[in-house]
Design a protein around this ligand. Structure first.
Ligand code: AMP
Length: 232
């Protein structure tokens, strides 16, 4: 797939649905900048910034960081030069106020979202995906002890870095994150469905197959006219 200009996409789905994996791959192919609010916050935590100090407690326990903090961070990010063409938001919006702020910001710039993609996975699968997930501490590549193991245990196949388990991928935090997803983020599905912009992918399929579904949605689904039922 060649770089498609003007992708302004939101990837929605529960934690562990594979949004980050797919967005990373699209970004590596030069299709769009990958903007992950979780990755941005983890970088702030690692760098010990004020924002990181403020966010850490929320993140480790699986709760959402307050809307005003996140909204300011994302609006700043999508104004940066590498995001002027095409971008994919992964992990944002997660609440109705975030979705409304995004819409208002884009509309002020005479823009609108081009795609809203829902990565649908049964919740019971998400627990296994999250608790087995390992992330490379050096390059950020995502692996799984069972579904995507590395050749050497705990060593990244891509860069040789050490794999770590995110604090919020431990079972207690996972349960909290799923509950937060159900109560605060799932209502966004109806919000975007009502706007006619929501497209579903079956993210319970193997990751290469999901990638093909996503490619097809980004390349073929009409921009503002894409509708969920077109792709069922
Ligand atoms: P993620 O990597 O997307 O699962 O995000 C990890 C954690 O970062 C979440 O559990 C939240 O604590 C925080 N976070 C990421 N994105 C958002 C957001 N849009 N709104 C509030 N908190 C967020």
């Amino acid at each position: 797939m060649t770089a498609a200009a003007g992708i302004r996409a939101v990837f929605l789905g529960g934690p562990g649905a594979g949004k980050g994996t797919q967005a990373q791959r699209l970004a590596a192919s030069g299709i769009a900048a990958h903007i992950s609010t979780g990755d941005m916050l983890r970088a702030h935590v690692a760098d010990g910034t004020d924002l990181g100090k403020q966010a850490r407690g929320y993140m480790d326990s699986g709760r959402l960081v307050p809307d005003d903090v996140i909204i300011a961070m994302v609006m700043h990010r999508i104004a940066e030069p590498d995001a002027r063409g095409s971008w994919i938001l992964d992990g944002f919006p997660r609440t109705l106020p975030q979705a409304e702020a995004l819409e208002a910001n884009l509309s002020d710039a005479g823009q609108a979202l081009s795609h809203v993609v829902h990565f649908a996975v049964p919740h019971e699968d998400l627990v296994a995906r999250l608790t087995g997930r390992r992330t490379c501490g050096s390059c950020g590549a995502i692996w799984h002890v069972q579904f995507q193991p590395t050749a050497r245990e705990s060593v990244c196949d891509r860069c040789g870095g050490a794999l770590v388990q995110r604090a919020d991928d431990r079972i207690e935090a996972v349960e909290k994150r799923l509950q937060v997803y159900r109560t605060q983020t799932e209502p966004l599905l109806a919000f975007y469905r009502d706007q006619g912009t929501l497209v579903e992918v079956d993210a319970s399929r193997p990751r290469d197959e999901v990638y093909r579904q996503v490619e097809s949605v980004l390349a073929l689904a009409g921009r503002s006219t894409a509708h969920e039922s077109d792709n069922l």
